[in-house]
Structure formats: C-alpha cells, structure tokens
Design a protein around this ligand. Structure first.
Ligand code: FAQ
Length: 311
C-alpha cells in the first residue's frame, strides 16, 4: 500500500541510494524533478545561442573548431537531460512546447548578449565555472538518471571552463585593446553569473524540500559562495579584476565577502525583460519550426518500418 511505498522511498533517500524510474515516488518529487531537469535541459539548448553567435567569426580555425565542439556538447547535454526527464513520464515534445510558450524557464544567464569575442571566454570561464559548481553536487542527486547524466556533463563542462579561461588569458596578456576587451566582458558577466545560483536562501521557495529529498545538496547561497571563493584567485591569475568594490578576503570565515546582488535585475530577466529574452525564444521557435520536416521524415520512416515488420 501507499504508506509502505512512501516509507520505502524515504528509506532509500535516507540511505543515499538512488530512486530509479520504476520505483514509486511521491507526485511532488516527480513534479519537482521534471521542473528542474526540464529547466536545465532548456538552458543547455538556449545556451547554445550566445556562443553560437561567434562560430562564424572565431578569430582562427583552431578557435572555431574548439567553439563548434563546445556548442555541440551543449546540444548533447540538452539531449541527455531531456531523456532523463522522459524517464519521469513526460515527452520531450511536450517540454519544448512549454519552453516555446514561455511556460517553463531556462537559466537567466542566457539572456545577455555576446557583442565581442571575449564574451566567449567569459562564458566559458564564469558561466561554465558556475555550472560546474552547481552541477557537481547533482552527481549525488537522489534520482538516478539525473545523477548519472551529470557525471558526463560535468566532465565536459570542465573542459569548457578551461577553454574559456585560456581565451581570456590570451586576451588579457595581449595588446592593451585585447586586455580591455577581456576586462569589459568580465565586467558584464560577473554579476549575472552570481545570479545563476538562484535567489538567496531566504527567498528560495523550492530549496528546503529539494534538499530534504537530496535533489539539491547545498543551498543557493552556499554554492554561490563556493563559486566566488574559486573565481577570485583565478581572476588574479588572469590579471583581470572583478567589478565589485566590496569584494574582500575575510580571514575569520575563510571566505571572500562580496557586495549586494541586484535582485531586481534577476527578477526582470525571469519575467522576460532581460536584454535578449525575446530574441532567444524567437530564435528557438524558428529553429523548431524549420526542423519540422526532419521530425516528419523520421516519423514517416518509423511508420514504414513498423508496417514492414507487421507485414
Ligand atoms: N534562472 O526556489 P529556487 C548550463 C527559478 S548551466 C532562471 O531557488 P530551485 C550549462 C527557479 O526555477 C544553467 N530561473 O529554485 C551551460 C524557481 O522557479 P520555478 C542551467 C531561476 O530549482 C553553460 C524560482 O526561480 N543549470 O546550462 C534561476 O530550487 C554554458 C525560485 O528558485 C541548471 O539548471 C536562474 N538562474 O533552484 C550551457 C542547474 N534561479 O521553477 C551553455 C540545475 C532560480 O519554481 C553554455 N538547477 N530560478 O517557477 C538547479 O540547480 C536549480 O534549479 C537552481 C534553482 C539552483 C537553478
């Protein structure tokens, strides 16, 4: 009966074992996972756009090959994640419809523009850096398919982060114009990267339950702090500064203290009013419509095979 199943679920989670697709799970657990995994998948595929903007204009063949591979990796991450969501009983097509209708979210970070080549470096260093800090703990998520997808994704993200760091290092130690371009990109991406971790703990409605279910292992603020502590020495190694006059080492806590985040900006971006929200969704919907013939061809092919097998 339901009470026994619920007890078994609680025991499995408490014992650090995994919940698998065929196991009983509370409806709210399933809904939370679908929400988070879908949002994560949407972020991966919308996240292809800001950097995709530079594929045709990368400054050398080598840079272009690396960037192409990175953007393809993001498409692959999207696919793993949609597949993980499908194990919970939803259809990828359904999730895409919700994204296109603005009824499911994707990460706020991908609503900012990429006007210069240095933005590709800043995204790799800061955005992939933040993604790693957030996602490594998800390799221990209580839901098996999501946890396993994260293992491979994190390996690829750490290559992405290093390529971003290397682009910025190259620019930072180049001509004064190149150095200024790198600094400008870091100035624009720093605060939005801190917002990727989500609202502060006391304004995060989902955290308590997701932590009790071991979907989330650390709070939004804990992970944000971990990211700042990692980024500050890396910025020093790059010879770049972070745009926060209040940033300082606090020996007592063993952490860097940082200034106040502009949560009004975060909420505006979530409401669809960021600099590129409309552009990102329009582009995604257009790509989906232009790809309709591929889906139709695949369906026709599958139907033909099924008919032949039945004959
Ligand atoms: N943007 O109660 P909480 C990548 C929403 S990395 C937009 O704290 P939760 C790699 C949140 O959904 C980016 N919305 O929520 C890459 C909730 O709304 P809802 C993707 C945000 O879930 C790199 C509401 O605010 N990574 O793609 C954001 O417990 C380079 C209240 O928030 C992931 O998705 C935000 N930043 O914690 C690709 C990681 N923050 O749904 C290309 C997995 C919060 O109730 C290029 N996700 N919201 O309407 C998570 O770890 C969690 O979902 C959090 C939010 C931490 C994002």
């Amino acid at each position: 009966d339901e009470a026994a199943l619920a007890e078994r679920f609680e025991r499995t989670v408490a014992a650090e074992e995994r919940i698998e697709p065929r196991d009983w799970m509370p409806e709210a657990y399933r809904k939370t996972l679908i929400r988070q995994i879908a949002q994560h998948a949407h972020s991966e595929i919308i996240g292809m756009q800001p950097e995709g903007n530079w594929i045709t204009r990368a400054p050398s063949l080598r840079r272009k090959a690396i960037l192409l591979a990175k953007v393809q990796d993001e498409a692959g991450h999207g696919l793993y994640l949609y597949s993980a969501a499908e194990t919970l009983g939803v259809d990828r097509a359904e999730l895409l419809d919700l994204l296109h209708a603005g009824r499911q979210k994707y990460s706020s970070i991908f609503n900012y523009p990429t006007p210069t080549w240095a933005d590709v470096g800043a995204i790799g260093w800061l955005v992939d850096g933040a993604a790693i800090v957030n996602q490594v703990p998800i390799t221990r998520c209580s839901y098996g398919p999501y946890a396993r997808a994260m293992v491979r994704i994190c390996k690829e993200e750490s290559f992405h982060q290093r390529q971003g760091f290397e682009i910025l290092h190259h620019l930072s130690s180049g001509t004064p114009e190149q150095h200024a371009m790198a600094q400008d990109a870091v100035d624009r991406w720093w605060w939005p990267s801190l917002m990727m971790f989500g609202p502060p703990d006391d304004a995060s409605p989902n955290s308590a339950r997701s932590m009790a279910w071991k979907i989330k292992r650390f709070s939004n603020d804990e992970l944000r702090q971990r990211f700042v502590d990692m980024a500050v020495p890396q910025a020093e190694a790059l010879g770049l500064t972070l745009p926060d006059p209040e940033l300082r080492w606090d020996a007592e806590s063993g952490h860097y203290r940082f200034g106040a985040i502009d949560w009004t900006e975060f909420h505006e971006v979530l409401r669809g009013n960021g600099p590129c929200n409309a552009l990102r969704v329009e582009h995604r919907v257009r790509a989906h419509e232009e790809g309709a013939w591929v889906r139709e061809a695949a369906d026709a092919y599958a139907a033909k095979h099924a008919a032949r097998a039945g004959a």
